[in-house]
Design a protein around this ligand. Structure first.
Ligand code: HPA
Length: 270
């Protein structure tokens, strides 16, 4: 793994990825943040050595380097999911590359279903803690201890200082920003009513199919990490309607301007 990481990093450095400070993973509902960045360099996932092979849907996946509000950032436009057949090590490989490039802070966004029914679709949730329900760990491989502490601490996986800043920015800009626990499942199927009930009982406020592996690896590498979910549907087991993926995407798009404000304003404080 170390050799692979070095190769990929050197390729990107050769393309001009020069010492970014912040890494950003753009999930559904934050794609337009890219328009706010002065792009200096970019690399398609399928050209970066050792990157997971992009699937057909992901032929557009790119790593972008540039300036956002005066800060050097590296941005993943498109992420890898376990439900596409990637391993957890594949899904999190780009986080290891970002760290090797120089990143100290990782900011992540995603779309999630609201388990806490006080939260409404179209609103945002700051992730305060998580529950890993993906069945394994991105740290479960031979040689992991060469890259960091195998028994990585998870007592505070989301950075308190960043989260406080997100909350102040939300207040100042009249953005509803809930705070809660995100549970990650494999997907790609949505949950059954019984699964939504279980998720509520175990303490989840939102459920989605990403983010947790990336945050685990960020912590493994000692990065500061934070994540925001856009809530795209309300997971009410007693009134469950068939999910309309079009509606999920529409909700994510609707919340995008708020999400962009949060990330742009936060970057200014780093
Ligand atoms: N479950 C899992 N992932 C999701 C959901 C959901 O209800 N909504 C958006 N992503």
């Amino acid at each position: 793994m170390i050799k692979f990481i070095t190769e990929s990093t050197e390729y990107l450095q050769g393309k001009g990825f020069d010492n970014p400070e912040v890494g950003i993973i753009l999930g559904t509902g934050l794609g337009q943040l890219i328009n706010e960045i002065d792009i200096i360099a970019e690399a398609s996932y399928n050209h970066i050595p050792n990157f997971p092979t992009a699937t057909v849907e992901f032929h557009k996946g790119k790593l972008i380097y540039g300036n956002l509000e005066g800060i050097k950032v590296v941005v993943m436009q498109g992420r890898f999911h376990v439900y596409e057949g990637y391993t957890l090590q594949d899904v999190t490989f780009p986080v290891r590359i970002m760290e090797k490039l120089g990143v100290k802070t990782l900011l992540v966004s995603n779309a999630a279903g609201a388990i806490n029914l006080d939260f409404k679709k179209g609103e945002l949730m700051l992730i305060d803690d998580h529950i890993n329900l993906q069945g394994s760990s991105p740290l479960a491989f031979k040689g992991v201890s060469e890259l960091g502490e195998r028994f990585a601490d998870m007592s505070a996986p989301y950075d308190d200082a960043i989260n406080s800043k997100f909350e102040s920015i939300a207040t100042a800009n009249n953005i509803t920003l809930h705070k809660g626990v995100y549970a990650s499942v494999v997907g790609p199927q949505l949950e059954t009513r019984a699964e939504y009930r279980m998720l509520k009982i175990i303490g989840a406020d939102a459920v989605g199919m990403s983010t947790v592996p990336e945050i685990i690896v960020a912590n493994h590498l000692g990065l500061k990490a934070a994540a925001v979910s856009v809530l795209t549907d309300e997971c009410d087991p007693d009134n469950l309607k068939p999910v309309d993926i079009g509606e999920i995407i529409a909700m994510a798009t609707k919340a995008e301007p708020d999400m962009i404000t949060l990330f742009k304003e936060l970057i200014k404080t780093i």
